[in-house]
Design a protein around this ligand. Sequence first.
Ligand code: IDP
Ligand code: MG
Length: 143
Amino acid sequence: MAKEQTLSIVKPDAVGNNNIGSIISYLEKSGLQVVAMKMLHLSKEQAGEFYAIHKERPFYGDLVKFMTSGPVLVMALEGENAVAQNRKVMGATNPEQAEVGTIRRDFAKTLDENAVHGSDSLDNAKIEINFFFKPNEICARTR
Ligand code: IDP
Ligand code: MG
C-alpha cells in the first residue's frame, strides 16, 4: 500500500443540489483526507482542456457545457491507494450501475450529470492536481 494523491471534483449538479458536504463526508469516511480545495466556475477553455482526452467522444460538447453550467469544488485528496479508493467511493460512471452506498448511486441521477470526477490513474492524478493547484496550495497533513 502506498500513500497517493488524487483529484476529486464535485460537479455542478451536486454543488447545485447542495451535496458538497455530504460528498466530502463519504470521501472522509472512506479514509481519504482533503489536502487542498477550491471552488471555481470553469471557463469553456478550462473544461475543454481538462477533458481533452474525451475530445473525439460524441458527448464531449455536452460534457463541457455541463461542467461550465455552474460552480464546481475541486479537491486534492490523500490516502492509501487514494486513486483507487476515490474511484471505489465514487461508484460506476453510470449511477444506475453504481453500487449502493457509493457517491454516484446516492447523489447522481444520470450518466452525464454524475456528481463527481475522480482521476483514473496515478499519472493522470498528478497531471490533474497540477492543472488546478500550485505545489504550495497542497497542505501536508501534519496532524
Ligand atoms: P469517469 O468520470 O467515471 O471517469 P469517463 O469515461 O472518464 O468517466 O467520462 C467522463 C465524464 O463524461 C463522465 O463522468 C460523464 O460525466 C461523462 N460521460 C461519460 N460517458 C458518457 C456518455 O456516454 N454520455 C454522456 N456523458 C458521458
Ligand atoms: Mg474519467
